[in-house]
Design a binder for this molecule. Structure first.
Ligand SMILES: [Zn+2]
Length: 416
């Protein structure tokens, strides 16, 4: 079964507007109005993220013709009448009820699969532990099994597209991971092609940090923000860069790989082979190692007890210890926050974002971490850059990846 795609940039722009919810034809006309004549009313600014780089302005008759065509194509449908604005009531339009996207978030230690409607509301979300080091054949088999479960639940018969995130660098154009450090066996594996064929729909592949940033852009704290940074602190550390409502990927797709910015020449050796990288100080593995050292040195009775019981420590143990007021754990978080803040202060001076979101497993260390990052960034960046800069913790948690993956593919499907 083949699903239709928009036939031109105007239709694509309308679909992106409707992705934010049903609209009346009158509202859509306001949002897409052509520039006023010199004597006329002021020009409506483009709605945030509505139709990047595409012609989004059209006459009222063009608008109505394109909306009718979208209904014919099965991409949109009538949605009753809008409340009166003082004249004839305008009819409402929404995305087709049948529209379905899948969001797949492959993490270092888990896989998440969700199915959304056209407005990217999550209709079903399943997750299971899965070690990405088991390789693409195994992991993708698990992913397809989870997607099959959602299909059995009746959440979809045909997908319009699938977005996929993986915890490593990706060639976005080719849809393959490229020399991903924590994903042995995945180098240049045709992930996009495989998923697209198996699920019978278009697919797009990106790294997990970029899809989290897209999730925040669609459903999180960045909804009204066109220029922001998302710093993910988990097993690795990376940064999603959103410029003008779009992910900035750089020339080869490695933009935002801040985990390997050097914070101290004499620092510990990193998995990448260099020394003193941010990730070598404060990735999940680094933090676990520091916690074990603190436990063995007798600096933390709490961590020592956890280590004795479990045989190893993780970032979650540090969070739990800090929540109990454990001085050594709090100090580890403060030290890590200092290093992240040091790198972020440079990024803020360089990029001048409107918002910084801290996300990922280690970010769940919470407010001690946030306070430390804030204090360094506010102290070290220029006042003009930080005067109006919120630095916040993500509120989406596990939903950010799957919603962002659905957003990624919907951007692709709703383009012409
Ligand atoms: Zn490194």
């Amino acid at each position: 079964m083949k699903t239709n795609r928009p036939e031109n940039a105007h239709q694509a722009a309308l679909l992106r507007l409707l992705r934010d919810g049903p609209r009346s034809r009158a509202e859509l006309a306001d949002l897409t109005a052509e520039p006023a004549t010199p004597a006329g009313a002021p020009v409506t600014p483009p709605p945030p993220g509505a139709a990047f780089g595409h012609p989004w302005r059209m006459s009222r008759s063009k608008l109505n013709a394109e909306l009718d065509r979208l209904v014919e194509l099965g991409l949109a449908e009538p949605d009753g009448l809008a409340a009166s604005r003082g004249g004839r009531r305008s009819s409402r339009v929404r995305l087709s009820h049948a529209t379905r996207f899948a969001g797949i978030d492959i993490g270092a230690t888990s896989v998440d699969v969700a199915v959304t409607d056209g407005e990217l509301r999550v209709l079903g979300h399943v997750s299971e532990p899965c070690d990405v080091r088991l390789g693409p054949a195994h992991v993708l088999d698990r992913v397809l099994t989870l997607a099959g479960k959602l299909k059995e639940q009746g959440l979809f018969t045909q997908l319009h597209g699938t977005g996929i995130g993986v915890p490593g660098p990706v060639s976005f154009a080719e849809g393959v991971p490229v020399v991903p450090p924590i994903m042995p066996g995945w180098d240049r594996y045709p992930v996009r092609e495989t998923v697209s064929q198996e699920l019978g729909c278009p697919a797009m592949l990106d790294n997990d940090v970029n899809i989290m940033a897209l999730g925040e852009l669609h459903a999180g704290l960045a909804r009204q923000v066109d220029d922001f940074l998302l710093v993910k602190i988990g097993t690795g550390i990376g940064c999603g860069i959103v410029v003008d409502g779009k992910i900035y990927r750089g020339v080869s797709g490695s933009a935002g790989d801040i985990g390997h910015i050097r914070v101290d020449e004499l620092g510990p050796v990193c998995a990448c082979g260099n020394t003193g990288c941010l990730e070598a100080y404060f990735g999940g593995a680094a933090l676990a190692g520091q916690a074990q050292a603190a436990a063995r040195a007798g600096a933390s009775p709490y961590l020592a007890e956890r280590l004795a019981t479990a045989g190893a420590l993780s970032a979650e143990d540090v969070a739990a210890a800090a929540a109990q007021g454990d001085v050594a754990a709090i100090q580890l978080i403060r030290d890590g926050g200092q290093r992240v803040g040091q790198v972020l202060a440079g990024l803020v001076s360089f990029f001048n974002p409107g918002l910084v979101i801290i996300a990922g497993g280690v970010a769940r260390l919470g407010h001690v971490l946030l306070a430390e990052i804030r204090s360094v960034v506010y102290r070290r960046s220029l006042p003009l850059a930080t005067g109006n800069l919120p630095i916040v913790l993500s509120e989406l948690e596990d939903a950010a990846g799957v919603v962002g993956a659905a957003r990624l593919i919907s951007d692709h499907v709703y383009s012409a």
